[in-house]
Design a protein around this ligand. Sequence first.
Ligand code: UTP
Length: 296
Amino acid sequence: MSRKVSKAVFPVAGMGTRFLPATKSIPKEIMTLVDQPLIQYAIDEARAAGIEEFIFVTSRGKSALEDYFDGAPILEAALEKKGKTKLLEALRKSDMDSGAIAYVRQREALGLGHAVWCARRLIGDEPFAVLLPDDVITGEVPCLQQMVEAYQETGGSMVAAMEVPQEKTSSYGVLDIAEDHGSIVGVKGMVEKPAAEDAPSNLAVIGRYILSPNVLENLNAKKVGAGGEIQLTDAIDQEIGGDGVYGYRFRGQRFDCGSKDGYLQATVAFGLQREELREEFTEFLRDYVQMRDAAE
Ligand code: UTP
């Protein structure tokens, strides 16, 4: 099977309950880091990795996401008329070519595995990427691009992995390691959200995957796993005896923007990365912490 990865699935049908009440009317993926919605960071990363087809698994209440990728002729004309070329450039970043983007609906939030399965007809019989937009990853080489390069060596299925504190394993899928080659890890088992004492390692799966189409067949069984959800991890785990499953320790920093603390940390980190904001924002943070410490 060819190892070209040209399609990516973005499962965005979750309810985002950790951000209620905001997510009652705003999809989590539209929440912004500085001035870009979370979804834009994931799209940029996918593009850098050579992805050409973008498949969104959406649900009721996510129309703001679809609108975001539409053209905005009135806004563009207004900016053009005022000569605001920089803003125009920023706006055009969100444009997607006609036909490059497709939407399927997940009628019920039955879990991440089920969401990916909903895209099966659009994926077909080829390897594909999955990106969870609430995991935002910074790094010199975008995470998915690193994985696509490593995948040319391994084939099979690959999950992004990072070390987490042992007491946090119950929030992640965790890898049982067969062989550790540094950035590439051979996997002999995967456990979804194990208690710290049952976790086979502290190497956790995070939201980037390159998957064999066999995983979609495994999902046909709609097996319910941890938390009463159809888990993607379980369907990947079934591939271990077949073409193999590999963990990839990416180079970069991951922010869990699906949680409040991760989102706030990312806001600070991305704010500090912006040249036009850095000086004033750093000063504000320094003064604010000093002031708060003095008041305590
Ligand atoms: P999360 O576990 O973060 O769930 O899903 P959530 O609903 O987005 O957020 P909380 O936990 O209620 O706050 C991880 C990813 O899987 C997608 C989500 O949209 C998110 O990108 N997902 C999850 C689906 O698309 N469908 C599902 O049934 C579950």
